[in-house]
Design a protein around this ligand. Structure first.
Ligand SMILES: Nc1ncnc2c1ncn2[C@@H]1O[C@H](COP(=O)(O)OP(=O)(O)O)[C@@H](O)[C@H]1O
Ligand code: SF4
Ligand SMILES: [Mg+2]
Length: 344
């Protein structure tokens, strides 16, 4: 494995859900993540952004090995996860952890946190004995800013923010190389969100853990990914990818341009709209019945004939990647800032 080998690499990954409709009807196939090529390197922060139902959670679950791709490959340190031996697979599962949106559902309600945190360490033989497990748990709690006394509480006795920190502690106890954080702040109080984002940034810097941060919110994506990368999803597909600052300042894909135009004005990070980009239709089609050609074509103000006929591939464009037939023809869109960096 060379220095540049990604921790995680998805190669031409498709994930279809199949929903049975009774004995005589064929199952409905829903392509929730399609044609995904994506690398996550050591210590990188990658934000996956898109509207509800576009396949973000699905993609996160593919990355952690919870959902096996219908097609394509998932590589961990350059090795195919689904053809590796037992001990390498175990290392993969420990090294790639998930922090879920719903911290209450993620913890066993009838077990104390001591049980939930020490148990896996002993079970996976990551601790020599009980005392060693407790020592490791205390260190993890210190890292995430939770008092040791909280350990004998049950999940419902903690706030949402505290539970989210406990999930981070549980994840880092597995000594991960990558944490997939699926909308980790969307269910907690707005006032606490920034501290959870700062905690993720701290874990990224001090422990060199890569993060895949899943969100529908550009402000937090930009905040957490800072110098990292971002990918935008639309109906199961990646439509844009690149450095987060560059992509959000100069979005290439009309869908991303439209999304950024719709960001509310008082957002502290992403600014006021520079100009309108009217969508032809406000309704998002279903991923179960995606439009032909470019999936965005019924809504895209720039759509031409080719757009409804041929599906655009995600191709290198400027400093990143974009999936649009007309990427080099559509007018530039950018946020304008005044000299102080504030929005106009
Ligand atoms: N277990 C499942 N069976 C069938 N369809 C599913 C299942 N889970 C998610 N889907 C569908 O896949 C699409 C993507 O879902 P999801 O990955 O949860 O999106 P997001 O996290 O972006 O909101 C949605 O249309 C959703 O209805
Ligand atoms: S391919 Fe066509 S419809 Fe799709 S985003 Fe580009 S211009 Fe719009
Ligand atoms: Mg989701």
């Amino acid at each position: 494995m060379s220095e540049n080998t990604p921790v995680i690499s998805l190669q031409n990954v498709d994930l279809y859900y199949e929903t049975k409709r009774g004995l005589f009807k064929p199952p409905i196939r829903v392509g929730a993540a399609l044609g995904i090529n994506l690398d996550v390197h050591k210590g990188e922060v990658l934000a996956i952004v898109g509207e509800s139902g576009c396949g973000k959670t699905t993609l996160g679950n593919v990355i952690i090995g919870m959902l096996k791709p219908t097609a394509g490959k998932l590589l961990f340190n350059g090795k195919d996860v689904y053809s590796m031996g037992k001990s390498a697979y175990r290392e993969f599962r420990n090294s790639v952890q998930l922090v879920q949106q719903d911290s209450y559902a993620a913890l066993n309600p009838v077990k104390t946190l001591r049980h939930s945190l020490c148990g896996p360490l002993l079970h996976k033989k990551l601790a020599k004995n009980n005392a060693d497990a407790v020592k490791q748990v205390y260190e993890a709690l210190d890292m995430v800013g939770i008092n040791h006394e909280e350990l004998d509480k049950y999940p419902h006795e903690l706030s949402g923010g505290q539970r989210q920190r406990i999930l981070m502690a549980r994840a880092i106890l597995m000594r991960p190389k990558l944490i997939v954080a699926d909308e980790p702040v969307s269910m907690i109080d707005v006032s606490l969100r920034i501290s959870i984002l700062n905690l993720m940034a701290k874990l990224n810097k001090t422990l060199d853990i890569a993060f895949v941060y899943i969100t529908h919110d550009f402000g937090t994506a930009r905040y957490i990914a800072r110098d990292g990368n971002i990918t935008i999803m639309y109906l199961g597909k990646m439509v844009e990818y690149g450095n987060v600052q560059k992509v959000l300042e100069h979005p290439s894909h009309p869908y991303l341009q439209a999304l950024l135009t719709a960001v509310p004005v008082p957002d502290p990070i992403i600014a006021k709209k520079k100009r309108e980009l009217p969508l032809k239709s406000v309704d998002m089609p279903s991923v179960a019945a995606p439009p032909s050609g470019c999936r965005f074509h019924p809504r895209c103000p720039y759509a031409t004939e080719i757009c409804s006929q041929e599906e655009p591939q995600l191709k290198p464009f400027k400093d990143g990647k974009c999936a649009c037939h007309l990427a080099d023809q559509i007018p530039a869109w950018s946020l304008r800032r005044d000299k102080a960096g504030a929005e106009e």
